[in-house]
Write a protein that binds this ligand. Structure first.
Ligand code: G4P
Ligand code: NA
Ligand code: NA
Length: 194
């Protein structure tokens, strides 16, 4: 997606060869107009898939997911990272391993909001090792709902998540696939190459 890739080139800060900071429009301050464009792009790509619900993970997945939900005219559910006081019965959970933190965390969704007849689009801001995406997909399947595909704002192609998920036959729509962050430069991959 051209506008997104231009924004990354303009405002992204390369923290290391593996980490890209995008706090000016996605992870801290949010650019609502860009989020709207992202929502339109995901909506276009999943227009014919009969999506009835979007699932993401708090917190940075919410903004792009919200705009997509608005475009597709479906509700958005976000998985929680902390146990909620009011979340008790019929809770769907998945374990998500973080390579950076080297710890396993549980993410939760109330069974109230995902049903057997739902067709679910999972969206997240970053795809790195793919563990968060796997956890969200687990939750969709635990609910007996249909997982349709994964929408990713920024994919770090040089980490193994995308490949691992595609090998499982998972459809990924990746709006800004990054091939490398080496030499202080963001180099994008072509979607056809993924
Ligand atoms: P891992 O693959 O390295 O194990 O990372 P992990 O899933 O544990 O992700 C840790 C957090 O870092 C996630 O956000 C993820 O979205 C984010 N992340 C991973 N790679 C990058 C990157 O290159 N740049 C930026 N900006 N973020 C990255 P989170 O903790 O769930 O936070 P949030 O959703 O509240 O923002
Ligand atoms: Na995230
Ligand atoms: Na994040």
């Amino acid at each position: 997606m051209k506008a997104l890739q231009e924004k990354i080139e303009k405002e992204g800060v390369i923290l290391s060869e593996t980490v890209l900071k995008v706090n000016s429009f996605l992870n801290h301050q949010i650019d609502p107009f860009l989020m709207q464009e992202i929502g339109k792009e995901f909506a276009k790509r999943f227009q014919k898939d009969g999506i009835t619900k979007i699932l993401t993970l708090e917190s940075s997945g919410i903004a792009p997911s919200m705009m997509t939900a608005l475009e597709l005219n479906v509700p958005l559910v976000f998985a929680r990272k902390k146990k909620s006081l009011t979340l008790n019965e019929g809770v769907l959970t998945a374990k998500v391993y973080s390579f950076t933190k080297q710890e396993e965390n549980e993410i939760t969704v109330s069974g109230e909001f995902l049903h057997k007849d739902d067709r679910v689009l999972v969206i997240d801001d970053f795809l790195a090792n793919g563990q968060a995406a796997l956890g969200l997909i687990d939750i969709v399947r635990e609910a007996g709902a249909e997982f349709v595909g994964l929408g990713i704002v920024i994919e770090k192609v040089f980490q193994n998540g995308g490949q691992m998920l595609r090998e499982k036959g998972i459809r990924i729509e990746s709006l800004a696939p990054i091939r490398s962050l080496e030499n202080g430069e963001v180099s994008f991959a072509k979607e056809e190459e993924l």
